[in-house]
Design a protein around this ligand. Sequence first.
Ligand code: MF3
Ligand code: CO
Length: 262
Amino acid sequence: MIIRKSPPEIERMAKSGELVARSLAVVGAAIAPGVTTAELDALVEEFIRSHGAEPTFKGYRGYPASICASPNSTVVHGIPGGYKLAEGDILSVDVGVTLNGFVGDGAFTFPVGEITPEARELLETCRAALAAGVEQARVGNRLTDISHAVQTTTESAHFSVVRTLVGHGVGRAMHEDPQIPNYGEPGRGPELREGMTLAIEPMITAGSPDVYVHEDEWSISSADDSLAAHFEHTIAITESGPRILTTAPDIDLAAIAGLLVS
Ligand code: MF3
Ligand code: CO
């Protein structure tokens, strides 16, 4: 069952989402060669708690940290630890914030210093795939219009969509119905309606679409160890179109990360 939110509930979700965007900006400002992913996690946990909110991920099914930090070929769910960022890395960072009973969920893949042209194209493609998916999140469209837009944007650039991982509804719980595949024929699945709140999250690789789970039982990497990217927004479907909730008026993550300015 898809739980639709009232306008006041969407305003509350926008507050959670704003803290997600600000958390990602904290990460973006701190990223540099030599910094560990555990240090980034500590910064974000402190930032979230200092705003009277909770890091949604911490303790979720036993997950031990406040962010997921997934370097290079790790697609998602990398556990922060002693890994030291190096010049040329890419780092996908996923953050969940619970505030006033509602969850915001967002992710961004950051370059560390200078990255290869292929890595840059992977990041820009994943960002564009997210934007294309969000653009389809409109009253009257069907769910897989989002999926199809993500897939075509990704595959036009000759990258691969990871098929075993999906986006999701989000609200009082981090994971609500529906699941949102990042591939598929358009025009299928539930009709999109006002008040639906969705976490749209393309996860793409520069090589194989297949993935494996590490021994830590969380980290998921590309099967061929090709580079992977992950961008995610929580959005609300309004009568006037998609509204991105994981954003803040004064924050431009792309500018912080040195990606193409949107
Ligand atoms: N954004 C991720 C998701 O939608 C967050 C889950 S990671 C966990 O699945 F650490 F919380 F499990
Ligand atoms: Co998510």
